[in-house]
Design a protein around this ligand. Structure first.
Ligand code: COA
Length: 266
């Protein structure tokens, strides 16, 4: 599948089970406007439909990246700021569509990842950055704060002191520092960046999709609720996973030293 929406290219590699959303406004460093937020939701919806068509789980991983080498996304489109109602900036629906997507979403961050772009990356399950990436919250210099939970999420990953400093100064943080602060999962040198990300995505795509989905949900529950509720969720979902074909396949492969099990998401 290859569909070009106004601001996002949506692709799906059926053999690999990998979906890809490429933010595609290179003239403005992939700045996020209202149309892009809608296109991200639409693109994810198109990928989710692939699961409904087939047998088992088709979409194993989704990668979100920016077109060009200069930016993942340079934040909200500043040219559209004046005279626009607050609702026009509401990125929570788009963020939720990433958080609730039933497969892991990986942010492939190369170049600028600022403001709403960083908030989009924070909604993803995994973030991988190149060494030359620049992450930050420039909103303060526009008299604003990151409006889609940016400080909240960085506080949970790196602690409130790092989150407040990032948002109060508006300064950019390099990929290395972002990895040290756990804001991104991995950082790779620019030369090997593509190869490393694709290898990681391939590994994730080969895992049992129902277990991966449950782990994603469990992680989300851990952010949104207390430990007691989280443990209850895990216990309940564990029981349902015991009944799956994928569990049976994993146990068979282990017993037979088969290093290439075939998980179908059933
Ligand atoms: N919204 C709209 N256009 C943007 C943009 C944004 N957030 N960020 C960059 N652009 C546009 C620039 O206006 C420029 O357009 P032009 O070529 O028509 O003049 C083009 O993208 C390239 O950006 P430029 O500023 O020339 O690149 P740079 O390498 O000198 O600087 C940044 C890169 C990211 C540091 C700088 O563009 C910047 O600070 N952008 C704004 C970041 C921001 O405040 N985001 C909003 C948070 S609420």
């Amino acid at each position: 599948m290859h569909e070009e929406l106004d601001t996002v290219v949506v692709e799906f590699d059926e053999a690999e089970g990998v979906g890809r959303l490429t933010l595609n406004r290179p003239d403005s460093l992939n700045a996020m406007n209202m149309r892009m937020r809608e296109d991200i939701e639409t693109g994810l919806g198109m990928l989710a439909e692939r699961d409904e068509e087939g047998d088992g789980v088709a979409v194993r991983v989704v990668v979100i990246e920016g077109t060009g080498e200069k930016a993942f996304c340079a934040g909200a489109d500043i040219t559209g700021f004046s005279g626009v109602s607050p609702a026009a900036f509401d990125a929570h629906g788009m963020r939720d569509s990433v958080i609730e997507f039933p497969a892991p979403v990986v942010a492939k961050i190369d170049g600028y990842c600022l403001g709403g772009g960083l908030e989009l990356a924070l909604a993803c399950d995994i973030r991988i950055a190149s060494e030359s990436s620049r992450l930050g919250f420039p909103e303060v210099d526009l008299g604003l704060l990151p409006g889609a939970g940016g400080v909240q999420y960085v506080s949970r990953l790196a602690g409130p002191a790092v989150a407040k400093e990032l948002a109060m100064t508006g300064e950019h943080m390099g990929g290395e520092r972002a990895a040290e602060e756990s804001i991104v999962n991995h950082v790779h040198g620019d030369e090997e960046f593509d190869e490393e990300v694709e290898a990681f995505v391939g590994t994730l795509a080969a895992k049992p999709p129902l277990a991966i989905r449950a782990i994603k949900d469990s992680g989300n529950v851990s952010v949104e609720s207390g430990l007691r509720e989280g443990r209850k969720y895990d216990r309940r979902v564990f029981s349902t996973l015991l009944e799956t074909d994928d569990h049976e396949e994993g146990a068979r492969a282990f017993a037979e030293d088969d290093y290439d099990p075939e998980f179908r998401g059933k």
